[in-house]
Design a protein around this ligand. Structure first.
Ligand code: EPZ
Length: 422
């Protein structure tokens, strides 16, 4: 297994280009199942989770032309005109929960889906009950057999659906299913993330009738079929914010080009409260290092609240801030695993249920640490950038799921970082 070695103490300087959003790309690639016409996607990042999704779609019979994408980040072309099976296997779904998003499109287009339930993951139980409740409301029959969901429907009917939680995945699954249903579907308490808006934009380009994406009520008028599409995914707001934190931590001047600060209001407000000088325009987001980091309290919430996917990165910042910060995780039940690794680097973090009390320390010290999940792994890299000495992060396969060439990007900013192939 690969390791990443970081020498702390370098001030990061310069510009880095953000990649396309993983969490927009995954549902958008899966939405190609909704049409037999050619779908062309641009700005798709080179990530393990993207390759897993392409393998999953290929296994269903979707034609995948990834040559120009793989060679030089060109277009990725998919065509689902010869889908031969509607089964998403346990091996794939267990490695990537987002695979469950094939359920809605397969059901809507082919009347059937046989998809493994995702099971738990490191950060929480992550059930799919809201996905299934919505599909049932649209007339699907659902049987759980041997760890698989057998979902059938001659023709989905529009329905009024209330989500008990503004689930991103459930909103995406149901939006895709409803786009080919008979009649009108209303999703209340829908998730409002920018990735939901990007998926809705793709569906509408395909001929769907989706209104209200980005608000908590989404209305979808079903249509009989959908066309092919060409679409460039939005930039990855979580990657962008992770690089901004790297700049703040090292007291450097870092500008993330291609990023959209408008997708990161809660994060920006928190950084300003912490005394950080932010820079940038509509399509760039950065920091002018002033060495100041004041402790601030953070509570993760559904969008537009502070993103849970930035909680671990913010914890690193607060671990070397001036004061005491209380970080409350309200989305997932087990998303503090990075805390004990940061403690090994000299952080002072006390966990109390879903709250972490972070007392800022003068300095972190480099140490061998272990990544446990995607965002925890990037937080350990960030800690290594500012720690005194050498940090060795193992199990970086977690990192490769969501960050494209992170060591090259950080090296370009002046970090002393290298990957040891294992
Ligand atoms: C998406 O996961 C993201 N993944 C996650 O990013 C992100 O952390 C999460 O949204 C929250 O913003 C992708 O977009 C691929 P949810 P998702 O359904 O859709 C509960 C990353 O690091 N819930 O909004 O799985 C669930 O247990 C990943 O890039 C139910 O109870 O998140 C969780 O506590 C990690 N029943 C909460 O809702 C359901 O049917 C939010 O989950 C569905 C969800």
């Amino acid at each position: 297994m690969d390791k990443i070695i970081v020498q702390g103490g370098r001030r990061l300087q310069g510009e880095v280009a953000v990649s396309g959003s993983k969490n927009a790309a995954l549902p958008i690639l899966i939405s190609s199942l909704l049409t037999s016409e050619t779908c062309v996607y641009q700005g798709i990042p080179h990530l393990v989770d993207i390759n897993t999704t392409l393998k999953l779609l290929g296994g269903l019979g979707v034609e995948v032309d990834k040559e120009s994408w793989a060679k030089d980040s060109g277009d990725l072309t998919l065509r689902a005109d010869r889908v031969k099976n509607v089964e998403a296997s346990y091996d794939l779904v267990k490695t990537m929960r987002a695979s469950f998003l094939v359920t809605g499109p397969l059901l809507a287009r082919f009347g059937r889906a046989h998809v493994s339930t995702p099971g738990g993951c490191a950060i929480g139980t992550r059930p799919v009950n809201l996905h299934l409740k919505g599909l049932a409301a649209m007339g699907a029959s659902i049987d759980q057999v041997h760890g698989y969901m057998e979902v059938r429907a001659k023709k989905l009917r529009g329905a009024k659906i209330y989500l008990d939680l503004p689930s991103v995945g459930a909103t995406e699954n149901l939006m895709m299913a409803a786009s080919l249903a008979e009649g009108t579907t209303v999703i209340e308490n829908a998730a409002k993330e920018p990735e939901i808006e990007d998926l809705a934009a793709v569906l509408n380009k395909m001929g769907a009738q989706v209104q209200g994406a980005g608000s908590d009520i989404i209305r979808i008028e079903g249509v009989t079929s959908l066309r092919g599409v060409k679409h460039r995914v939005i930039p990855d707001r979580i990657e962008a914010a992770s690089f901004v934190i790297a700049g703040v931590l090292t007291g450097g001047n870092v500008l993330v080009t291609g990023a959209r600060p408008a997708h990161l209001d809660a994060f920006s407000i928190k950084l300003k409260e912490a005394g950080v000088d932010l820079v940038g325009g509509e399509n760039s987001f950065g920091v002018k290092g002033n060495g100041k980091i004041k402790s601030v309290d953070v509570t993760t919430l559904p969008y537009p609240g502070f993103p849970t996917d930035l909680q671990a990165q913010m914890m690193v910042l607060m671990s070397v801030a001036d004061g005491v910060s209380v970080i409350t995780e309200t989305i997932f039940e087990n998303r503090f695993m990075h805390a004990q690794e940061l403690d090994r680097m000299g952080a002072d973090i006390r966990l109390e249920g879903n709250r972490a009390v972070v007392r800022g320390v003068k300095e972190l010290s480099g140490a061998p640490v272990m990544a446990t999940d995607l965002r925890a792994s990037v937080s350990l890299i960030l800690a290594g950038l500012v720690a005194n000495g050498t940090t060795e992060v193992s199990r970086v396969y977690h990192l490769d799921r969501g960050y494209e060439r992170i060591e090259q990007k950080l090296s370009k900013l002046g970090a002393a970082i290298e990957r040891i192939r294992g």
